[in-house]
Design a protein around this ligand. Structure first.
Ligand SMILES: CC(=O)N[C@H]1[C@@H](OP(=O)(O)OP(=O)(O)OC[C@H]2O[C@@H](n3ccc(=O)[nH]c3=O)[C@H](O)[C@@H]2O)O[C@H](CO)[C@@H](O)[C@@H]1O
Ligand SMILES: C=C(OP(=O)(O)O)C(=O)O
Length: 443
């Protein structure tokens, strides 16, 4: 089992490039199944375990998928099958994003029910409510959800009780081939929603309002394979911004899109971090003394839950009392226990964590509980006294490309090793066929 070993104390300097966004590429790849004519070419694709998993899901459905040189091509012109088994859904919950495209194109889809995971219960009731409004019948049984639409889906008005990212995406994809107009109210506004809408528009649908709370989709008769470049990963960017700030460093995060990171930037500025928007990215200059602040995670444009654990690492190094309130997921504080192993002082009260800083962080053996926790523990290790060893890197590999190598490039004392202590890099071989990668299940 691989682990990352990091010794704290080095100030990070230099530049690091952000990859394409994991949370944008996964729905775009599933949306490519809507194209019954032409091949989709998706560029700026990060070499992540999740991308291999979604490619496998599509191949399993008879789509012809290739992945090389950060480019995925999907040929879905032939007849596809319409089922995603448990073995895929358990690896990655985003597999449920095949439901919308398959339902729209074939009037049928069957996917294993995603259970809860390390960050809490994650139901898909809002996805299903949207499909039902468009004329589909939903049946849940034997661990599967099966959706049937006799005839073509029809446009509908769908109000989401909360702005779920996945539900917005699934309903947008289903509506793209439906008869008539669909209106999604209280839709998610994340940048990845806009990226998906841009892809669907190129394919032949008419999606208006993505990025606002009301999205209107005029269904197309047929959709076509097109070329699409994926937006930069705002969470990876935010993670490297925190890496610069936490070490008092000076780092240029290339390809970072400041428009997507407003809430993160403004909180870091409150903490005394200097953020400069430069032509090719965001420069972060860490202060001598970080100041405490409070954050509350919210749907976009609020503070992203996917940056919560990295902020916890930063707040542990700040002077004063910081409070984090997690409102998006019900149980996303598993990493707090791991930080405690590193001598962090904090108290969990319901949905909030109260952090007393600065902590005298000490290197320890810690376990990643989800992908952002994995990154956050490494960030804390950058400032801890001595060596921190982070295990369960299967989580990290879902969302970060060459994380240890990128940090080493900025001057961190860090290495990824296998169980024999040999240096490893799982994703340097970017053209490795999916079959050769063994991806363990998400917890
Ligand atoms: C692959 C991907 O893009 N993942 C992101 C996506 O996840 P995902 O799309 O799963 O997140 P959602 O926005 O759907 O979930 C937000 C909240 O809504 C709840 N909910 C969701 C759907 C539903 O039908 N019923 C329901 O109650 C969830 O339990 C959760 O508490 O958005 C999250 C919130 O920004 C991010 O943390 C994830 O990184
Ligand atoms: C929670 C995340 O992803 P997923 O929804 O794929 O589990 C994440 O990217 O932090």
């Amino acid at each position: 089992m691989d682990k990352i070993i990091v010794r704290g104390g080095n100030r990070l300097e230099g530049s690091v490039r952000v990859e394409g966004a994991k949370n944008a590429v996964l729905p775009v790849i599933t949306a490519s199944m809507l194209a019954s004519e032409g091949i989709s070419t998706i560029t700026d694709v990060p070499v992540l375990a999740d991308v291999y998993t979604i490619n496998e899901v599509l191949r399993n459905m008879n789509a012809d998928v290739n992945f090389a040189d950060n480019t995925v091509t999907v040929d879905a012109q032939q007849e596809l099958t319409t089922e995603a088994p448990f073995e895929h859904v358990q690896k990655m919950r985003a597999s449920v994003l095949v439901l919308g495209p398959l339902l729209a194109r074939y009037g049928h889809a069957k996917v294993a029910m995603p259970g809860g995971c390390a960050i809490g219960s994650r139901p898909i009731d809002l996805h299903l409510k949207g499909f039902e409004a468009m004329g589909a019948h939903v049946h849940v049984g034997n661990g599967y959800v099966e959706v049937n639409a006799p005839g073509r889906l029809h446009g509908a008005k769908v109000y989401l009780d909360m702005p779920s990212v996945g539900a917005t995406e699934n309903i947008m994809m289903a509506a793209s081939l439906a008869d008539g107009k669909t209106i999604i109210e209280n839709a998610a506004k994340e940048p990845e929603i806009v990226d998906l809408a841009n892809f669907l528009n190129k394919m032949g649908a008419k999606v208006v309002g993505a990025g606002t709370e009301t999205i209107r989709i005029e269904g197309a008769e047929k959709m076509y394979g097109v070329h699409h470049g994926i937006i930069p990963d705002r969470v990876e960017a935010g993670t490297f911004i925190v890496a610069g700030a936490i070490t008092g460093g000076n780092v240029l995060v290339e390809n970072a899109e400041s428009e997507h990171l407003r809430s993160v930037i403004s909180k870091l500025e409150e903490m005394g971090v200097t953020i400069l928007e430069e032509e090719n990215g965001i420069r972060v200059i860490g202060p001598d003394k970080l100041l405490a602040t409070d954050i509350k995670t919210l749907p976009h444009p609020g503070f992203p839950t996917d940056m919560q654990s990295q902020m916890m690492a930063l707040m542990l190094n700040a002077y004063g009392t910081s409070v984090i309130t997690e409102t998006v997921f019900e149980n996303r504080f598993m990493h707090a226990e791991e930080f405690r192993r590193m001598n962090a002082q904090m108290k969990i009260e319901g949905r909030s964590v109260i952090i007393e800083g600065p902590a005298d962080l000490q290197g320890a053996e810690v376990t990643a509980t989800d992908l952002r926790a994995a990154a956050a523990l490494v960030l804390a290790g950058l400032t801890a006294d001595g060596y921190t060893r982070v295990t369960e890197l299967k989580h990290l590999d879902r969302g970060y490309v060459n994380f240890a190598e990128k940090l080493a490039g900025l001057g961190a004392d860090i290495e990824r090793v296998d169980e024999n202590g040999n240096t490893v890099n799982p994703f340097m071989q970017t053209e490795m066929p999916a079959e050769e990668i063994v991806i363990e299940a998400e917890s």
